[in-house]
Design a protein around this ligand. Structure first.
Ligand code: NAD
Length: 263
């Protein structure tokens, strides 16, 4: 299926590694021009070079800390200067640390809000006016399956993702008249660097091994396995496409059936 987004411009946040990188690759496969960002120049450059050589699309790289509104403004300004527009925004960032309620101090809560909520606010503030002018836009905000079903030992993520879900659904309501379609995607367990490190930290806290943590997560979903990161990008590419033109306001689980409710 041709997704109909060749030559569109996508800003994919936190895209040097993990799920963000997979989204960037899936969009590049459709001929989308990319503005990538992360905090570490070396891994960002490695990803950008990989995408240029494999897919032959234009890729811009910007070192950016997404918790800093000024750096996000500079990122979007640079994208507009290079490409003239932003058609697609995929808001992503790292994840907050694991732990139970009393293990986190006030600063940890503030950092989680900044990383997983305010970063999305900053990105949307910058790109929505551009998309409104174009009367075309796709915005996908990364959350987690924890918005449907809280995950043990991840109270920061479980809490802050709910705010991001509220933001996305309200933006979908407000921006439909401008043909800007907004979704969240809710991953279960994909074996990225973050999930490997979560397995290590939770294993230590629970007196078990990372392998046992992964087995436990695998046994909780109906497919009986954790996912390969490459299984993530195509869903987001579809949501960002011309083919998804009558979908907005969805929170889409991609979790191997981990969440077992009806809706
Ligand atoms: P990852 O740690 O593998 O990759 C995170 C990316 O974010 C990296 O490119 C890193 O450089 C970048 N990053 C981190 N903090 C940043 C900042 N302040 N500014 C700019 N870039 C920053 O993580 P991942 O597994 O790909 O997860 C991506 C997001 O999805 C996280 O928020 C995570 O909590 C969430 N999530 C992941 C899973 C999963 O199974 N992997 C499941 C549910 C939710």
């Amino acid at each position: 299926m041709d997704l109909g987004i060749k030559d569109k411009v996508a800003l994919v946040a936190a895209s040097s590694k993990g799920l963000g990188r997979e989204v960037a690759c899936a969009l590049a496969q459709e001929g989308v021009r990319l503005s990538l960002c992360a905090r570490t120049q070396s891994t960002l450059h490695e990803t950008a070079e990989h995408i240029r050589s494999r897919y032959g699309v234009e890729v811009m790289e910007t070192v950016c800390d997404l918790t800093d509104e000024h750096q996000v403004a500079t990122l979007v300004k640079g994208t507009l200067e290079s490409f003239g527009t932003v058609d697609i925004l995929v808001s992503n960032a790292g994840g907050p640390p694991p732990g139970k309620f009393l293990e986190h101090d006030v600063d940890a809560w503030r950092r989680a809000v900044d990383l997983n909520f305010m970063s999305a606010v900053f990105l949307c503030q910058q790109v929505v006016p551009v998309m409104q002018k174009n009367k075309w836009g796709r915005i996908v905000l990364m959350t987690s399956i924890s918005v449907r079903q809280p995950l043990d030992g991840l109270i920061l993520s479980n809490s802050v993702r709910a705010a991001t879900t509220g933001l996305a659904r309200t933006l979908a309501n407000e921006l439909g008249e401008d043909n800007i379609l907004v979704h969240t995607v809710c991953p279960g367990f994909f074996l990225t660097d973050r999930v490997k490190s979560l397995a290590e930290r939770l294993a230590e806290a629970n007196g078990t091994t990372p392998e046992d943590m992964e087995k436990k997560w695998a046994s909780q979903n109906v497919l009986g396995r954790v996912a390969d990161p490459s299984e993530f990008g195509p869903l987001v590419a579809f949501l960002c496409s011309e083919r998804a033109s009558y979908m907005t306001g969805s929170a889409i689980a991609i979790d191997g059936g981990l969440y077992k409710g009806l809706l």
